[in-house]
Design a binder for this molecule. Structure first.
Ligand code: PMP
Length: 408
């Protein structure tokens, strides 16, 4: 007999949406109808954008566009297959060689995104006999990578080297559960720069402790790529830890201005990933335009050093001015500058009013951050002029006072 009581088996979806709206946690997409940049058009309004991860202003760089167009002319619009079937072009290999030289590692393998790099590499190199030890605030793609792995995992308190050491000590003393002997691999995983708070992982301490316990270190440098280290080589370069971090993941989607992720490490690591990493094996490779624009980005990062300098000088000025106005910018040490407001409703209202004033600063609420940590997440890119920065700060001042978020 047909069950007529379940007219719409997906009715729970509408209920879930209703609940999100009631809690002010529902976020409609904002639609951009111009290229990304310091000034763009969002929902039909021209705004100063503080919301992109386009740290160096490369998304719209004329040389990047030219490289992409030329790649389409020469190699076509798509690659046509996964890398292991018929989708590896000479330009894919060239990009990887150039990235390896840039990072100072033996080899690099690219993935479709930073997200797939993490979900590709973590389950490939870990299994039942291993242990993953992860920072409590690691990115969602690391968490998903761990979920796809058969390895057990332990979480250490955020950026807490002493807490990490306690986990490593216990793991080495006790070994695998049920007296199964020592772990084959203990992999310590951390973001290099944490994407919501903008703090930098205490990598020298993490590496030192990991070495003492024979563990390998894995750093996800999505928000350090193009931002920290010489010409944006990342946290390993920033801290002078070359040769002591086994695996570095980077993204080509943020400062590099295009799309993609990569894993930098040993040649053996690359060789194994080519054989086993599932996003690499089962998802089509980057189209030529993406690859060639990424290669051009590396050249620009080496040549136009004013971009990273400008990124940091504007960031310093922005943080000082926000603090002077009375805003809480949390523990940020990088161009990711959170403006912490507490309640989701306050963050959403502040963001909406700033938008009306011509400033696009997205609110970030639960579950991306803790319930009482709702915020605006801002980045002042290298492309922003002083005049645009002044206008943005004036709007923060005006709207902040209007909503009673700052005194005055
Ligand atoms: N890791 C971290 C720490 C990130 O912040 C992000 C992007 N939000 C990613 C990985 C994913 O990178 P991509 O956008 O290239 O998929």
């Amino acid at each position: 007999m047909t069950d007529t009581t379940r007219e719409n088996p997906l009715a729970f979806i509408a209920d879930e949406l209703e609940e999100l709206r009631a809690k002010h946690l529902y976020r409609p997409l904002r639609i951009m109808s111009a290229e990304q940049g310091p000034v763009t058009t969002v929902d039909g309004r021209e705004v100063i954008s503080l919301s992109s991860n386009d740290y160096l202003g490369l998304t719209h760089h004329p040389r990047m566009k030219a490289a992409a167009i030329e790649a389409v002319r020469e190699y076509g619009a798509g690659s046509g297959a996964v890398r292991t079937i018929a989708g590896t072009m000479s330009i894919h290999e060239a990009l990887e060689a150039e990235l390896a030289a840039f990072k100072g590692t033996e080899a690099v393998l690219t993935f479709q995104s930073g997200f797939t790099a993490n979900t590709g590499v973590i389950p490939t190199i870990t299994g039942e006999a291993d242990l993953i030890v992860s920072d409590a605030l690691n990115h969602a793609s690391i968490i998903d990578g761990m979920r796809l792995s058969k390895a057990p995992r332990k979480v250490f308190p955020h950026a807490d080297v002493t807490g990490l050491e306690a986990v490593l000590r216990e793991a080495t003393e006790q070994g695998r559960p049920g007296g199964a002997g020592p772990y084959r691999l203990i992999l310590v995983v951390t973001d290099g720069v944490f994407s919501m708070d903008g703090d930098i992982a205490p990598l020298p301490g993490i590496v030192e402790v990991a070495e003492r316990y024979g563990a390998a270190v894995f750093v996800d440098d999505a928000h350090a790529s193009g931002v920290l280290g010489r010409n944006g080589r990342g946290t390993v370069d920033h801290f002078g830890l070359h040769g002591r971090v086994a695996i570095q993941v980077g993204t080509l989607s943020k400062a590099v201005g295009v799309l993609g992720g990569y894993v930098a490490g040993s040649q053996d690591l690359r060789d194994l990933l080519v054989q086993r990493a599932r996003p690499f094996l089962f998802s089509t490779s980057h189209p030529p335009a993406v690859v060639e624009a990424c290669r051009e980005a590396i050249r620009i990062m080496e040549e136009e050093t004013w971009r990273i300098e400008r990124l940091w000088s504007s960031t310093r000025r922005f943080k000082v001015e926000l603090a002077r106005l009375g805003f809480d910018t949390g523990r940020s040490e990088t161009p990711i500058t959170p403006v912490i407001l507490g309640e989701a409703e306050a963050a959403i209202r502040f963001s909406a009013r700033l938008f009306e004033e011509g400033v696009f600063a997205t609110s970030v609420v639960f579950p991306t951050v803790a319930l009482d940590q709702a915020r605006l997440r801002t980045i002042v890119t290298a492309a922003l002029t002083d005049e645009q920065l002044d206008r943005a700060l004036a709007a923060f001042d005006r709207v902040g006072r209007e909503l009673g978020l700052i005194a005055g």
